[in-house]
Design a binder for this molecule. Sequence first.
Ligand SMILES: Nc1ncnc2c1ncn2[C@@H]1O[C@H](COP(=O)(O)OP(=O)(O)OP(=O)(O)O)[C@@H](O)[C@H]1O
Length: 249
Amino acid sequence: MLEVKNLCKHYGGIKAVDGATFAVERGSITALIGPNGAGKTTAFNCISRTVTPTSGEVWLDGARIDQLRPHKITAKGLSRTFQISRNLSDMTVIENVIVQSRVDGIRGMLRPAMSAEEKDKAMAILDFLGITRIAYEDGHNLSYGQKKLMDLAALLMSDPKIILLDEPAGGVNPTLMEEIIGHIRALNEKRGLTVLIVEHNMDLIMRLSHKVVVMAQGRVICDGPPEMVRKDPQVLDAYLGGVLEEEAA
Ligand SMILES: Nc1ncnc2c1ncn2[C@@H]1O[C@H](COP(=O)(O)OP(=O)(O)OP(=O)(O)O)[C@@H](O)[C@H]1O
């Protein structure tokens, strides 16, 4: 469904992504992992076109998307979250969900009124995520976890076929992590969404993913099912005896 071919992003002499090639199969939950600085977030940014790749190609459902503007990519069915929640704190949750999800760029941000249709759709999504009770809460009153769920809701407004989640469990407590795992699984199994996740939490990765793609120094060094990847010597080397080795023991 999503194919990344020989993707490169160089910042001067720094090769943040250096010829990465991988695929995300339709209906899968695929994880992109790797040590700090491996190039995961930069690869995400190139796929969603929030940064311009230096070279390489990104294909979605057989069409090249690496030359499209970000909102055109969203309109084609690919949506992403950001590591740092982008909530607009002087708006309510439902307003945030609607405004952040408008795919027509800056014009959407400037269009204040919510249509009845947008509101119904946003409420149905908040319901799916179990957070209708905070629909009219101001953005600045939200907990960190509630912001994460609001971001997920905004992501779903554009009816994506594939979602890219950047550290969905980053900084959340164990209870919320279980909730987020449940939501991701439900989105995949009940709504048929394909999911690509960047995440450092190995427990989440090993439990959720069908396939794991491992990056190190801008390149893909291994990909396959989680139980294979966690025992791969190259992967263990890349992590230098870190969390994967403990898990594989
Ligand atoms: N805008 C930038 N300018 C210069 N260098 C950058 C820029 N963005 C990323 N880099 C560098 O590119 C490399 C890859 O960074 P990236 O954030 O993609 O890694 P990552 O795998 O997501 O790391 P982490 O797990 O720590 O988030 C790092 O060496 C980083 O310092």
